[in-house]
Design a binder for this molecule. Structure first.
Ligand code: NAD
Ligand code: ZN
Ligand code: ZN
Length: 343
């Protein structure tokens, strides 16, 4: 089978031929229907993931059960599934609550899973080490649903934790309306009455944000001016939640400038910015959150939202063989919504 492989940091991914894997005891072999192309892959390709390659990329996967290993029960060939991405030990306290994204065994380096150090889903087939890491897709098409497992789940987890602040009289600032951001807007619309200001440096993304229900959009290329405009919009109270899907210095600084008292700054993007602290800046009472991905049961909730027609990834499909070109497009900001590779 063809697979898109990470080789080492700083090197382009390679497409190679590998034998079809065989499900060992306790494992499940999944036939991939779609593998989402996440911006995190660019960080992995550039800087590595703390594990040596090569390994198959693709940590946002959905498909069908192809075969089950000895001892696996409850699944049968052909069942449509989403693959839960952050693979924990399955045994520690947080894994037992289904939050394998915060597995205590992986405290130093959370990036363990298919496509993040182990073989992922940019291939025809993928081994999933345990059936507990599969979530039924119901009526959803795997190629359309693959992004739910990261671009959907990560914002869902971040938003759910901020729900008490997302009241009808409050405003959230969402920065970076790409793969994760365009899902965040839909999740906010489905779950909260909050007013939404969407920010990006690309006007096409802002038009997309408008279609997805943002109350206001703002180009944040001039971050200083954007901060003033946002503060004018929300008045002295400031923004209740700032949700940053970029995580660069200008976006983190912008979040700190516009949030009010007793607010929340949630940084999801991994662009390497630093959050500086000084007394009352960010303002007193502000919570800072750095969520990672989401839990298994939250993935079930995300899939339920999609099945109910409340959220839908805007998917651009490409053949697996075009992976290198798709990564280049993503780097240049030329993907609307989420790119999905089809084997
Ligand atoms: P993407 O490339 O699809 O979207 C990024 C968006 O940010 C684009 O619309 C781009 O125009 C915009 N942008 C870039 N620089 C900006 C700036 N200075 N100000 C405002 N907008 C800007 O990326 P994605 O796949 O949605 O991922 C977003 C980030 O989230 C990445 O850093 C990724 O690694 C990270 N991520 C984190 C987690 C987590 O669990 N913490 C999970 C998945 C992805
Ligand atoms: Zn990702
Ligand atoms: Zn664990």
């Amino acid at each position: 089978m063809k697979a898109v492989r990470y080789i080492e940091a700083g090197r382009a991914p390679e497409i190679v031929d590998l034998p079809k894997p065989i499900a060992g005891p306790g494992q499940v072999l999944v036939k991939i229907g779609g593998a989402g192309v996440c911006h995190s892959d660019l960080h992995v390709l550039d800087h590595g993931v703390g594990r040596t390659g090569p390994f198959t990329l693709g940590h946002e996967n959905a498909g069908w059960v192809e075969a089950i290993g000895d001892g696996v029960t409850g699944w049968k060939e052909g069942d449509p599934v989403a693959v839960y991405g952050p693979w924990g030990c399955g045994l520690c306290r947080t894994c037992q609550t289904s939050a394998e994204n915060y597995c205590e065994g992986h405290a130093r380096s959370p990036a363990v899973g298919g496509g993040l150090g182990l073989d992922g889903g940019m291939a025809e087939y993928m081994i999933v080490p345990s059936p507990r890491l599969l979530v039924p897709l119901g009526t959803l098409d795997p190629a359309e649903a693959a992004p739910l497992s990261d671009a959907g789940l990560t914002p869902y987890h971040a938003i759910k934790a901020a729900l008490p602040l997302l009241t009808p009289d409050a405003t959230i600032l969402v920065l970076g309306i790409g793969g994760l951001g365009h899902m965040a807007l839909q999740i906010l619309r489905a779950m909260t009455p909050v007013k939404i200001i969407a920010g990006d440096i690309d006007d096409a993304r802002l038009a997309h944000a408008h279609e997805l229900g943002a109350t206001h959009t703002i180009n944040t290329r001039d971050a200083h001016r954007a901060a003033e405009e946002i503060l004018d919009m929300v008045g002295g109270r400031g923004v209740a939640v700032a949700l940053d899907f970029v995580g660069a210095q200008p976006t983190i600084d912008l979040c700190c400038r516009v949030v009010g008292r007793a607010s929340r700054i949630t940084v999801v993007g991994l662009a390497g910015g630093i959050l500086h602290y000084a007394p009352n800046r960010p303002p007193y009472g502000c919570q800072v959150s750095i969520p990672y991905w989401g839990s298994r049961s939250e993935l079930m909730e995300v899939i339920a939202l999609a099945e109910a027609g409340r959220i839908r990834a805007d998917v651009e499909k490409f053949p697996l063989e075009s992976a290198a070109d798709v990564y280049q497009r993503l780097r240049e900001g030329r993907i609307k919504g989420r790119a999905v590779l089809l084997p």
